[in-house]
Design a protein around this ligand. Structure first.
Ligand SMILES: Cc1cc2nc3c(=O)[nH]c(=O)nc-3n(C[C@H](O)[C@H](O)[C@H](O)COP(=O)(O)OP(=O)(O)OC[C@H]3O[C@@H](n4cnc5c(N)ncnc54)[C@H](O)[C@@H]3O)c2cc1C
Length: 499
């Protein structure tokens, strides 16, 4: 069987790796527009913040002996009648099955003066790929001021990262409060206070109307509220748009993303599948890597075992936990958060707001389960609530207990406080859906550091939020002599960036 995969990003690479392992007879070709091969895109904001080196982002990829890997080569045309894909070099690849994993593109707002026909003017950028990160880092040595447009999760990560590097940051946001999709007024107010503490000036209710430039280089921005801000760089974090152009040209139904059914196949063509950020499955796309990796796994299972690729609702974890990866600012939301209908009689919501210490916690309980939470400024509380939420653990009828107990440091009644106390089937790595039991088994098989566990189970290879818990499990379960500190060793295939 000839399989062509378009897109060698986080999801396409995972799919091909798993497919060749399970279906050695398949002849697989993967086309990747980016020259570097797959890397952990999730950590690009950490690279900008100086917390991670770009050389550490390389992800494991398929053995080139097992598949035809064409990095730096993009697909330009899909001919569904002939079942071929033409690439940017003019080569034609035949397929029996085609998997589109083209990801998403950064949304570029309509701002006067940010682009010429040669692209964005120097100093203006988005943060979507390694080249973008490289551009931001290259500008840093001379940059004293930055404007970040968009105070969603990524905008906040970029703003705090640049501020930590000593740049004076103005964060401009069109809505009346930061992260308005996840946070209500009180939580957003506390998060904004924390941003100020970190040296980020927040301007809400305004956007960037135009770029001011001198001799082709950005010098400032004009805001829609009439104000101006001098700046050396403008980083636009205004959301993403699923990359559907190729699929649309091939006549595949697309709405926001490439429409696929529960089997991840296009309703117009059972030989064409879409996974990852470019796909629009029946349950909707989240833009989070856990969903794409789950789709990759399900598609391989379906092809190899003849199973259905549809989500097993009984097994599916709740993956809509949103975490801001910013130093000095902890914001975590899950399920119902922000503005939702408090009037629903089935819901009980309780909140604690403590602006003087920058803390906000809200929990929403329905029928004995935690169905939503918002936590600002309390990492431990957030991780406990996330454990209860994703594992659907029955919680006390009075939601106040959920807030008071973790904040008071009391022993939890329903949730396991430490990872060591979790049941074996509890998920430790949300991005890769790896259970505690699998991690402990890998440690028993000789994994002595986080990198070993990552190699054996893939835990911690996504957002990295679970690394501390993996380390704790190693300390609790490894034979003392076998434990080593994490080398984090992934073969560095990406050249180190400046900064
Ligand atoms: C800065 C940043 C921070 C993020 N933080 C998080 C986070 O904390 N948690 C989380 O879950 N998610 C996060 N994400 C989102 C996460 O990175 C994506 O969900 C994930 O990368 C999706 O994988 P994908 O393979 O679908 O798309 P991508 O990883 O975007 O890969 C798609 C690939 O396809 C290539 N391509 C496009 N068109 C073609 C073509 N015609 N031919 C060949 N190749 C093509 C692209 O160049 C790209 O290499 C973040 C993203 C960014 C940019």
């Amino acid at each position: 069987m000839n399989v062509v995969v378009i897109g060698h990003g986080m999801v396409g690479s995972r799919f091909v790796e798993d497919l060749v392992a399970r279906m050695p007879d398949a002849r697989v070709t993967i086309l990747g527009k980016e020259p570097e091969g797959p890397y952990n895109r999730v950590l690009l904001s950490a690279v900008v913040a100086g917390k991670t080196d770009a050389s550490m982002l390389a992800m494991s990829a398929v053995d080139p002996a097992r598949a035809s890997v064409l990095d730096g080569v993009h697909a330009v045309h899909v001919n569904r009648a002939a079942r071929t894909v033409t690439d940017s070099r003019g080569d034609v690849h035949e397929y029996d099955r085609l998997v589109i994993a083209t990801g998403s593109a950064a949304r570029i707002p309509d701002i006067q003066g940010i682009a010429t026909d040669r692209g964005l003017v120097p100093g203006v950028s988005v943060l979507k790929d390694l080249a973008d990160a490289q551009g931001v880092l290259a500008r840093l040595p001379k940059a004293r001021r930055a404007v970040v447009l968009g105070a969603g999760v990524l905008g906040i990560e970029v703003a705090t990262g640049l501020a930590a590097r000593g740049v004076a940051v103005t964060l401009v946001h069109h809505a009346g409060r930061v992260m308005e999709r996840q946070l209500g007024d009180a939580a957003a107010g506390i998060a904004t206070g924390a941003l100020h503490q970190l040296g980020v000036k927040v301007v809400t209710g305004a956007s960037v109307a135009g770029a001011l430039e001198r001799r082709g280089t950005l010098t400032g921005v004009r805001l829609t509220d009439g104000g101006e801000a001098l700046t050396d760089m403008l980083v636009m974090c205004a959301g993403t748009i699923p990359e559907t152009a190729l699929a649309r040209r091939a006549g595949l139904p697309c709405e926001r993303g490439i429409v696929v059914d529960a089997q991840l196949a296009s309703p117009a063509d059972p030989r064409v599948f879409a996974i990852g950020d470019c796909a629009q499955p029946p349950e909707g796309g989240t833009g989070l890597v856990a969903q794409g990796w789950d789709q990759a796994r399900r598609l391989v299972d379906a092809w190899c075992d003849g199973e259905t690729a549809a989500i097993d609702q009984a097994k599916a974890g709740l993956t809509d936990v949103v975490r801001v990866k910013a130093s000095g600012l902890d914001v975590v939301t899950m399920g119902l958060s922000g503005k939702f209908d408090h009037g629903d009689r089935e819901l009980r919501a309780v909140r604690l707001a403590d602006p003087s210490v920058g803390r906000f916690v809200e929990v929403v309980v329905s029928n004995g389960l935690l169905v939503g939470a918002t936590v600002v400024g309390d990492k431990q509380c957030a991780s406990e609530l996330a454990a209860m939420y994703t594992r659907a653990i029955p919680v006390p009828a009075d939601p106040a207990h959920l807030i008071v107990r973790p904040l008071a440091g009391a022993s939890p009644a329903a949730a396991a406080k430490n990872v060591e106390d979790l049941d074996d089937d509890a998920t430790v790595c949300q991005c890769n859906t790896v259970s505690k039991g699998r991690i402990v088994a890998a440690i028993g098989d000789g994994c002595a550091n986080v990198a070993d566990v990552a190699q054996a189970t893939r835990a911690s290879t996504g957002c990295g939020d679970c690394r501390t818990n993996v380390q704790r499990l190693i300390e609790a379960h490894a034979a003392p002599a076998a434990t080593t500190t994490d080398s984090g060793a992934a073969a560095p295939r990406i050249p180190a960036l400046a900064g």
